[in-house]
Design a protein around this ligand. Structure first.
Ligand SMILES: O=C(O)CCC(=O)C(=O)O
Ligand SMILES: [Fe+2]
Length: 314
């Protein structure tokens, strides 16, 4: 049974340029080339915070549907997604810029007008801490491609989204699709789950493997925009969620996303004879519209055909 690579981000002195940084960086690069994802240990999020994020998540999903529907956004797939025929077990809410205090507070007030500081504090602190891991991984990615000069531009053109997700236990004793096969629309995704497994990743050679993280680990994954930007060097894996058993699954997705109007354009340094250009430049908002249409048009939910290849392939 293949297991995802495990990478440790514990070290106190994990600073660019140190020996330990370079060692971790090469593990990150190798894992992202081969699998497009890995399992990360990261101790900046305390046990208390890990517990709290699921407690507040549960409270959120226990709110009446009318209240959850207040989570709306002008961008498609950025608000409340309720159980629908494509994915009947799935429900999620989306908090844009959850790492920024004012934004976390605004979201909290929309759902709890009387205020709910435990919720606001937890989502903000969780997002802020996890953004450190996101930045470490992003820097390692750019350095390992010799592209660190793009770091500021890369980070300034993204923002963070926090998606709290719940998958109901399937009705029958059979397994059921929790989320259909897709690749992510983010540059980088960091997933954390309660101890109900279900996430599966498709390897490059076509095998589905289980990503069963421990309570201490996160799954870090590449999405389409970064796959395109790196001219295919980093793999964006197809993945899905299969539900079984009697327990609900809670999962927390932390996404670094290109901003709506940002154009994803492969830098010229990453194009040469051995690496011909794979994708035309594209505006993230337009690409997201295609994903949204695919999601609505196919019975299986997010279509499994690559949106990136279909619309932007060279
Ligand atoms: O719940 C999970 O583990 C996966 C969620 C996911 O793939 C996504 O939100 O894009
Ligand atoms: Fe995903």
């Amino acid at each position: 049974m293949i297991k995802l690579p495990e990478i440790d981000f514990f070290h106190e002195d994990l600073k660019s340029g140190t020996l330990v940084w370079n060692q971790v960086k090469s593990q990150v690069h190798k894992a992202l080339v081969e699998y497009g994802c890995f399992e990360a240990s990261f101790d900046k999020i305390s046990i208390h915070l890990k517990k709290s994020i699921f407690e507040v998540s549960q409270e959120l999903f226990d709110l009446p549907l009318q209240t959850k529907l207040k989570n709306i956004s002008t961008r498609p797939l950025h608000g409340y997604i309720g159980p629908c025929p494509q994915i009947p077990l799935y429900e999620s809410l989306c908090i844009e810029d959850a790492n920024i205090h004012n934004k976390a507070e605004k979201f909290t007030q929309t759902l709890w007008p009387q205020g709910k500081s435990s919720f606001c504090k937890t989502i903000q602190s969780y997002s802020e801490k996890l953004s450190e891991l996101d930045q470490i991984v992003n820097r390692m990615i750019l350095e390992s491609l010799g592209m660190e000069k793009y770091m500021d531009e890369h980070m300034n053109s993204t923002n963070y989204l926090l998606r709290l997700m719940k998958y109901k236990a399937p009705q029958s004793s059979e397994t059921e699709m929790g989320m259909n096969v897709h690749t992510d629309t983010s540059n980088l995704t960091i997933l954390y789950q309660n101890q109900v497994n279900g996430l599966q990743i498709l390897t490059k050679d076509g095998q589905w493997i289980n990503a069963d993280p421990t309570p201490d680990t996160f799954i870090v994954m590449i999405g389409d925009p970064l796959h395109a930007w790196t001219n295919g060097r980093l793999h964006a894996p197809y993945h899905r969620v299969i539900m079984r058993g009697k327990e609900a699954r809670y999962s927390i997705g932390f996404f670094s996303r290109p901003k709506a109007g940002h154009i994803i354009k492969t830098p010229k340094e990453l194009v040469d004879e051995d690496h011909p250009l794979l994708f035309k430049p594209f505006v993230h908002a337009e690409y997201l519209d295609f994903c949204y249409r695919a999601f609505n048009n196919t019975k299986e939910g997010m279509g499994c055909e690559s949106i990136l290849k279909t619309y932007y392939g060279v």
